[in-house]
Design a protein around this ligand. Structure first.
Ligand SMILES: Cc1cc2nc3c(=O)[nH]c(=O)nc-3n(C[C@H](O)[C@H](O)[C@H](O)COP(=O)(O)OP(=O)(O)OC[C@H]3O[C@@H](n4cnc5c(N)ncnc54)[C@H](O)[C@@H]3O)c2cc1C
Length: 292
């Protein structure tokens, strides 16, 4: 069989969504960073953004006829609003990220990405540790058992930093153990979880937006939030329409439960004695400007 590849010239000249750069990088804290290293699509018709890949995919299912009635922006916003998710999976981003191991542990829970991590079995971990600034050493929150709150007293913060430095001083012992022939896969266990790791992380836009909705949320730990906010900054210029729709319909939206709709509609208390649910309703009422 004679298979012939036909190469079709684009109708409009194509431009690089990353402006020809090899990476777009944002430093995080002293040693961390998040870098966008590739995008699919990488080339888009001049005058358009990568959002066009969402529109292109959606029009396969809706047919060319919709082109007349829907503007591209309106279509992307409709798709996101109505959770028609697969067109968003047509776009992918690849990142190179350096972060403390305790953040990587939270990040890796997002299972829909493709990940390749630095191997501390194969190589020595670099001497890089995360240290929060003194005003970011938080008190345990009294309302959120998973969260931190305002800064602790200065004396306590200093004591914490001293202990952190002590844990980090194990790094020299780690090197010594490796030199004495202890396998790197075991020697690393003397290091604290604020040591940095790095990985390549590739994910489609639908799942990135899911990641961002969870990790840009105030309930997420501040350290991972900083990476998530930076990730959003990196993709925004490439898919501005999808990002604007995400902000409007997900990030800044308020989701109401059936009980909350009932309470709002009938101007009555929430029909549950569950304390957490009532607290959540109070927080939403504040967000909606219904109470001070
Ligand atoms: C503030 C916060 C606190 C958290 N606290 C804890 C904690 O205390 N303990 C803990 O263990 N985890 C905790 N997590 C992690 C959390 O439970 C999720 O594992 C994590 O947020 C990833 O979410 P996901 O599964 O929706 O995302 P992904 O893994 O990216 O998956 C995306 C979506 O794909 C689908 N999916 C993926 N894999 C499967 C599958 N195997 N089967 C069916 N559907 C699938 C689901 O619809 C899922 O929502 C916390 C997360 C946050 C944001």
């Amino acid at each position: 069989m004679n298979l012939q590849v036909q190469k079709v010239e684009p109708e409009t000249p194509l431009v690089d969504v990353m402006d020809g750069a090899s990476r777009w990088q944002i430093p995080i804290h002293e040693h961390g960073f998040i870098a966008l290293v590739d995008s699919m699509p990488r080339l888009v018709p001049e005058g358009q953004t990568a959002d066009q890949a969402i529109v292109q995919a959606a029009r396969v299912s809706y047919g060319a006829g919709t082109k007349k009635v829907n503007e591209d922006r309106g279509l992307v916003r409709y798709l996101l609003r109505h959770r028609h998710t697969t067109p968003f999976e047509m776009i992918e981003f690849k990142f190179h990220i350096s972060m403390p191991i305790f953040i990587a542990r939270q990040w890796i829970r997002h299972r829909t990405a493709n990940v390749n991590e630095y191997s501390a079995r194969y190589s020595i971990l670099p001497d890089r540790f995360y240290r929060p600034s003194i005003d970011n050493i938080r008190k345990q929150s009294t309302t959120n058992r998973q969260g931190g709150d305002e800064p602790v007293e200065v004396g306590t913060a200093e004591q914490f930093l001293e202990l952190l430095a002590k844990a980090e001083s194990n790094y020299q012992e780690y090197l010594n153990l490796s030199e004495k022939g202890v396998a790197r896969e075991l020697a690393r266990s003397v290091l604290p979880v604020n040591v940095y790791t790095e990985w390549y992380w590739k994910c489609d836009l639908h799942n990135i937006l899911h990641f961002l909705s969870l990790r840009m949320d105030p309930h997420a730990q501040i350290e991972i939030r900083e990476y998530a906010v930076a990730m959003f900054e990196l993709i925004k210029p490439i898919v501005p329409i999808a990002c604007e729709a995400f902000e409007d319909y997900r990030l800044n939206a308020v989701y109401l439960t059936g009980l909350e709709v009932d309470a709002l509609r009938n101007n009555k208390p929430l029909d549950t004695t569950n304390k957490r649910e009532n607290n959540e309703w109070e927080a939403k009422k504040k967000q909606l400007g219904l109470v001070d």
